[in-house]
Structure formats: structure tokens, C-alpha cells
Ligand binder design. Structure first.
Ligand code: UN1
Length: 513
């Protein structure tokens, strides 16, 4: 197995064989937490170890973050933006090694690893501009000589729980916005990709040291769900932003709402592309292909269902089959390969189970899947992307299996297609391929897609950072990244000022004595 410069990347990023997994910035806090071993799904080798955060260390982090918030919020927002600008510069500098680490620790292709770092850079740029645009509205008061307006104040500590599939970008979406908003962050990365958090903290530390940023503005904690639970139940953390499975999101939502905190949830998707009889099939095949097999089917925006009009169904099926036969599966750091491994052997098991269920429920395969073994596949995490013909009603089609399995579903009318598209519990991303205005507008209307993201003539994955990212129903309702997603990271305050000499009451109420 070729190395592709991964050792150099680790050295450049300051990731060691053994790392302390708890940090408030300059300080790395030792704890009695267990040691987490990070094995690469690429070649099964141990990349490094991270010492998990125990309860005591977590409490120390919260104390430090709380202190930091008081200082950080004094710094004018555009000045905080300037620091985020420098982080964007640092990420540009470290794009290659960080992209490599993402690829090696998580298993996505190097191109996608670079793309993920690019998302971090983009959100930095976005946040810099935002730091001068944290605008509230002014309103006309119903009372004479009164003025009303609203303002957004920093909120406090933001807890971030991120998933293995976007080990660095999703942290950046949350953190860069939170920082310009005046918040401080505690990040718990996935225990499957802990080394990415060490690398990011090292990059941040350099920029923070140069700008004398107080200790506690950027904190990381590592560990499994237990440390996540501690974060969710801690009353000092007004917002917990969590990305991951629906099961995890329900637990986070319950615990955070129990103490009436805010939870921003970005959970599973079961995304579909509708290919109508009026679609440009070149675009459709390209969109479906990247959507289904990109990141080995492990994006929450992955295309899982293809809802195809009966008149073009056979052609779509044949062309997809051909496209799949040209896919190279293998080491994701080798740029010739399109599909890397799944994150671990548990994911392979879930993939195999899903294929089994497709058969049991009466589906058939257009492209047969299966796990790969032998030279180059020693980690046991590589699988073949599969395509199955199914009915939308199949139990397995209703579930999100984090693997490259694409379900083909035939439809007759656009109403039926939209019904299929919406007929699942999740509501993250959706797309229609058509050149027909009627079909397109119907899909985008209130009678159309019920998802947080609805695209025309592009696939379901690969959202730009400028839009609000997230979805409805079991996807959790949260919005991260662009548009006005920043508002959840701030405390909104309505202010009414009386500059007159009397005290008229609102709603015209008389209260004279
Ligand atoms: C995720 O899978 O959790 O839209 C995030 C996309 C990426 C982000 C996916 N920009 O596919």
C-alpha cells in the first residue's frame, strides 16, 4: 500500500502517535479517559491514539470556556472576523496535509478531502463578511415618542458534536459563525476521526497565539457518547449543535430540551432524485452517480433513491450500469480511484444487511454489491457500489444505510414521483432533473418537495456553504452554515425606548390613578 505522503502530513499538522484529546487552546489537559485508537479504513493501520476526556477534564474545559466568553464577547465582531480571516489563510496553507489526513482517517477520496477543507475556507470567508452584518431590524412603535429595535448579542458556549463523514467541515460551519457571533466553542468530534480534531486545534492555536486570543475560545474534548451526554446536560452550554444519526439526535434533543437549552440538529437524510421524461440524461446520470457513490455513500446528502419516469427508466438503468462498471474502487489517496472504503467493518456489516433485506423484500440488483477482499482491500472496509430495483414501500428503502446502495423506483405521474420523494421519514435533500418548467416549479412549490434542500438539475449532495443547510422531519429541523443560520448562535433582544415625557401603555390600556 502506497503511503502518499501521509507521514509528512501528520508531522506538518502536529499529530503524534499519542495525543492528549482535551484542550482549551494552548493548554492540553491530561485526563484519566481511555485511549482511543484511530485506525485508517484505507489500510487498516493504526494512525495514532487520542486520550479521551473524562468528566473532570470536561468540567475544567467548561470553566475555562465560561471565563473566555466574558473576554471574547468584548472584542468587536469585525475584529473577531479578522481573526477568522487569518484562520482562513492558515487553512489555505494547510489545505493539502489536512485534506490528506481527512482522506486517510475517514476514507473519502483525496479530492473530496481537499473539497472539505475548501468548505472550511469558504465558511471562514463567509463569516468574515458576516462579522460586519450581524444585523437586527428596527420597527415602528405603536406608541408616540417610542422607538423599537432588535439586536443580537453573543450567546455563550456552543457545544459541537460532529460526525465522522465530515470530520472537519461541519465543525468549521459551526465554529466560524459562532466565533464571529462572540461565542466560544467546545467541539466533540466523532470518536472515529479524533485525529482531525487535533490537527484543527493545532492550526487554530497558531492563529490564536498571534492574536492573543484568550484560552478557552477553542476547546476540544474527545470520547464517545458519554462525553456528548455530559455536554448536552450541562446548563452552562446554551446551544448544542449536533450532526449525526437520527438516534443520536433524538437523545441530544431530549437531554438539551429537558433543561430548555437550544439544540441545532442536522441528522439523517434519505435523499431522492426524480428523473423525469423531460430530463437531460447526461446531467442526470452524472448527478446520480456522484450523489450515490461520492464519499462511498456516506454523506447525509447522498442520493439513496432514484425515482425515474417509466419512459426513460430503461435507458437510465442501462447508462447507470455502464457508468458503475467504470468506477475504480481502492485507496482514496490514489487519485485514480473514485470510491474509497467505508468508515469501518461495522458499516460494511450494515451495508451487507441492507443488501440482504433488499433481496428478502423482493428487490433485484442491476449492479450487484458485495464486500471486497485481497490486495489493497486488507482493511476489510471496501465495498462495491450497488444498484437495486425496489418499491418505495420496502422497509429497507425507508431507512438510511450509510453506504453506496442506490434504489431505483419507477413512476408514471409527477404527483406520484413527488409522493414517493416525500414518503419517507427524513427530509434533508432532494432534486429533480427536468427541462420542463411546469415539473420544476411544481417540485419547488409548497406542493412539491418537503425537504430542507430542493435542487433542479443538480444532484442531492454538494451543497454550497452560502445556503442554510439542514432538513425537516426526522432530519431535525436545524439549519447550519449560510444564509441567516447565524441567528441561532446569538441571543436576540427586543428593545423599546421611550424618549417622551409620558408613559403610554401598549395596546391602549388605561391605568390611571
Ligand atoms: C454531511 O454529510 O453531513 O452538501 C454534510 C454536502 C456537503 C455537506 C454534507 N457540503 O454534501
Amino acid at each position: 500500500m502506497q503511503n502518499f505522503g501521509i507521514k509528512e502530513a501528520l508531522t506538518t499538522l502536529g499529530v503524534k502517535a499519542t495525543n492528549i484529546g482535551t484542550s482549551t487552546g494552548k493548554k492540553w489537559i491530561r485526563s484519566k479517559g481511555e485511549s482511543i485508537s484511530s485506525y485508517s479504513p484505507v489500510d487498516g493501520k493504526l494512525i495514532g491514539k487520542v486520550q479521551a476526556t473524562d468528566e473532570k477534564a470536561f468540567e475544567k474545559v467548561v470553566v475555562e470556556a465560561k471565563k473566555a466568553f466574558v473576554e471574547w464577547r468584548q472584542i468587536p465582531a469585525p475584529k473577531r472576523g479578522e481573526i477568522v480571516r487569518q484562520i482562513g489563510e492558515a487553512l489555505r496553507k494547510y489545505k493539502e496535509p489536512l485534506g490528506k489526513l481527512v482522506s486517510y482517517e475517514m476514507g473519502k477520496s483525496y479530492q473530496e478531502g481537499l473539497g472539505e477543507v475548501q468548505e472550511m475556507i469558504d465558511i471562514c470567508d463567509f463569516a468574515v463578511g458576516l462579522s460586519r452584518q450581524l444585523n437586527g431590524l428596527t420597527m415602528h412603535s405603536e406608541r408616540p415618542a417610542h422607538r423599537m429595535y432588535e439586536q443580537y448579542h453573543p450567546l455563550g458556549i456552543v457545544g459541537i458534536i460532529s460526525a465522522f463523514n465530515f470530520p472537519v467541515a461541519v465543525w468549521a460551519w459551526n465554529t466560524m459563525l459562532a466565533w464571529v457571533c462572540g461565542d466560544v466553542c467546545i467541539w466533540k468530534p466523532s470518536e472515529k476521526t479524533p485525529l482531525c480534531s487535533i490537527a484543527c486545534q493545532n492550526i487554530i492555536n497558531k492563529v490564536f497565539a498571534k492574536n492573543n486570543v484568550p484560552e478557552g475560545v477553542s476547546c476540544i474534548v474527545n470520547g464517545d457518547y458519554k462525553i456528548g451526554e455530559q455536554m448536552c446536560s450541562n446548563e452552562n452550554i446554551p446551544l448544542v449543535s449536533a450532526t449525526g444519526s437520527v438516534r443520536m439526535g433524538k437523545a441530544v434533543g431530549r437531554t438539551v430540551s429537558e433543561r430548555l437549552g437550544r439544540a441545532l440538529l442536522e441528522l439523517g437524510g434519505n435523499n431522492a432524485i426524480i428523473i423525469t421524461e423531460n430530463a437531460n440524461l447526461d446531467i442526470s446520470i452524472r448527478g446520480a452517480l456522484f450523489g450515490a457513490v461520492g464519499t462511498a455513500g456516506q454523506r447525509c446528502t447522498t442520493t439513496r433513491r432514484l425515482i425515474v419516469h417509466e419512459n426513460v427508466y430503461d435507458e437510465v438503468k442501462a447508462r447507470l450500469k455502464k457508468a458503475y462498471s467504470n468506477l475504480n474502487i481502492g485507496n482514496p489517496l490514489d487519485q485514480q480511484n473514485h470510491v474509497g472504503p467505508l468508515i469501518d467493518t461495522l458499516a460494511v456489516k450494515a451495508y451487507r444487511n441492507a443488501l440482504k433485506k433488499v433481496k428478502e423484500e423482493g428487490g433485484s440488483f442491476v449492479v450487484t454489491g458485495g464486500s471486497l477482499s485481497g490486495k489493497g482491500f486488507e482493511s476489510g472496509c471496501y465495498v462495491k457500489p450497488a444498484i437495486a430495483e425496489v418499491k418505495n414501500t420496502f422497509e429497507i428503502v425507508q431507512q438510511e444505510t450509510f453506504a453506496p446502495i442506490l434504489y431505483l423506483i419507477k413512476y408514471k405521474t409527477i404527483e406520484e414521483a413527488i409522493g414517493f420523494q416525500n414518503g419517507v421519514k427524513q427530509g434533508l435533500s432532494s432534486a429533480i432533473m427536468t427541462t420542463n418548467m411546469n415539473e420544476m416549479e411544481r417540485f419547488l412549490s409548497h406542493n412539491g418537495s418537503d425537504c430542507g434542500i430542493a435542487n433542479v438539475n443538480i444532484g442531492t449532495s454538494g451543497a454550497e456553504i452560502g445556503g442554510a443547510f439542514g432538513g425537516e422531519k426526522e432530519t431535525g429541523g436545524g439549519r447550519e452554515s449560510g444564509s441567516d443560520s447565524w441567528k441561532i448562535y446569538m441571543r436576540r433582544q427586543t428593545n423599546t425606548i421611550n424618549y417622551g415625557n409620558t408613559l403610554p401603555l401598549a395596546q391602549g390600556i388605561k391605568f390611571d390613578i
